[in-house]
Write a protein that binds this ligand. Structure first.
Ligand code: ACO
Length: 428
């Protein structure tokens, strides 16, 4: 008998089966042959939230959650955060290799010269109320981009896919900055192609009267944060991009689904939720009572815990370092003290130790964004800017994978068997 196989005995029938094991997985479809009789549909797995199901093969990002390892295309996140630019990382994720000088220059130039958006998009933005959540605006406007670029439907053409990726990389920062200005009632600041990717974005958000004094330390800190967020294998938003993209819709629509998933407080919205939580705690003396509430199940310690990391999130470690560089420039965020104390107490508490709950990427990022001058409801937008290259790389990998089919999970039906319609007069 081959070693790379799994023997199964179905105790209902006494029959035995041998299933192949490849890459540490069995094919769920191989279970279908296990039936009680010809009428039986066949065995399925039940795995809500895909907790133990690989839904695709991917060569992009590697995570070892127990050892706190994160690599993009084999390169450790620590080295990329230290040495690479965000656009270099975006190229790496999408192409698979670090660019040489000429390749990087072309990639940067292509992205730089697509930063403008059609002015009709501004009318679209103006339709949002003054207090519209920036993520609600972003997901709506990015979805609307699909109507501006109907050519994006040609997803099987590699040159066309490249163009749409460039458009998303370049126009989403412009739209994100417009959302920021909209919330403040400020006039939109148009892109400046003489600035770097990060410099241009910062200028579009903070420039007043055409003036903004760039701060190189803060811009590099923002760049590192974007690098740390650039991809994270099959998380909720990336799975959404893949699932929606598997219907062969254009990438603007698929990415807009990713933005919607990221908006949620259990995913990208957690950085905003952390700040709300720190405000609620208000003072270090209130931390023990807050922790007790969490342990009783009355709320969660936001920015803690992760589906994959069961040790310290390597991104959180790097972000903590960045925080100190930023606070040197901006002055200490007073909430940092509460966050540090919260972390210290939680990491010594049996409840968190037993469940392997450590700070995740969102625990400190919000404090940095706030110190930079971004409002709480804007934090997840910054996450979305960072995650864009990952969504695009995963979208294309999904399209090119010969195993890809339209995403369509099965269900265990728990409802009524057939029953006859009851006329209104006879209903209780
Ligand atoms: N605070 C308190 N308890 C927690 C927390 C937390 N942050 N996270 C998990 N737990 C507890 C759960 O109550 C559960 O306890 P139980 O076994 O007694 O029922 C146990 O730990 C396991 O939790 P699950 O919810 O099953 O873990 P799951 O993998 O489904 O959830 C998640 C992961 C959603 C990230 C969760 O840890 C959480 O809600 N964290 C807070 C929100 C957050 O920070 N999200 C950002 C994630 S990172 C990102 O998206 C970029």
């Amino acid at each position: 008998m081959s070693k790379d196989s799994l023997s199964i005995i179905d105790n209902r029938t006494g029959k035995s089966y041998e299933l192949a094991i490849n890459d540490g997985t069995i094919k769920a479809l191989d279970l279908r042959q296990i039936r009680t009789d010809d009428e039986d549909f066949g065995l399925m797995t039940y795995d809500p939230a895909f907790v133990n199901t690989a839904a695709c093969k991917s060569a992009i990002t590697y995570i070892d959650g127990d050892r706190g390892i994160l690599r993009y295309r084999g390169y450790p996140i620590e080295q990329l955060a230290d040495k690479a630019s965000f656009l270099e990382v975006a190229y790496l994720l999408n192409v698979g290799e670090l660019p040489n000088r000429a390749q990087l220059d072309k990639w940067v130039s292509d992205i730089t010269y697509h930063t403008y958006v059609h002015t009709n998009l501004i009318k679209f933005l103006e339709g949002f109320r003054y207090d519209a959540h920036p993520m609600g605006m972003l997901l709506g406007v990015v979805g609307a981009l699909s109507t501006f670029y109907p050519d994006a439907k040609d997803i099987h053409n590699p040159a066309n896919r490249y163009l749409q990726k460039v458009r998303l990389m370049s126009k989403v920062p412009t739209i994100a900055a417009f959302c920021f200005r909209h919330s403040r009632g400020l006039p939109y600041e148009f892109p400046r192609n003489d600035l770097s990717y990060i410099g241009n974005f910062v200028n579009m958000t903070f420039s007043i009267g055409g003036r903004h004094e760039p701060n190189a330390v803060l811009q590099r800190a923002l760049e590192i944060l974007l690098i740390l967020h650039a991809d994270h294998e099959q998380n909720c938003s990336t799975s959404s991009v893949r699932a929606v993209g598997s219907s062969h819709v254009d990438p603007f629509s698929a990415v807009s689904a990713g933005i919607a998933a990221l908006y949620g407080p259990l995913h990208g919205g957690a950085n905003e939720a952390v700040l709300v939580m720190l405000d609620e705690i208000g003072d270090k003396k209130n931390i023990p009572a807050f922790i007790e509430k969490v342990k009783k199940g009355e709320g969660r310690l936001m920015g803690f815990g992760h589906r994959v990391y069961k040790s310290y999130d390597p991104r959180a470690k790097l972000i903590k370092q960045v925080a100190y560089d930023v606070f040197e420039q901006t002055g200490l965020n007073p909430k940092l003290e509460i966050a540090l104390e919260l972390e210290r107490i939680a990491l010594e508490d049996e409840y968190f130790i037993k469940r392997k709950l450590y700070p995740n990427v969102d625990f400190y990022s919000g404090l940095i964004y706030q110190a930079m001058g971004y409002p709480t409801d804007y934090f997840t937008i910054l996450f979305a800017l960072g995650r864009m290259p990952g969504w695009l790389a995963q979208w294309e990998e999904m399209l090119l994978d010969p195993d890809t089919k339209i995403a369509r999970p099965r269900q265990v039906f728990t409802g009524y068997d057939q029953r006859d319609f009851v006329p209104m007069a006879m209903r209780g």
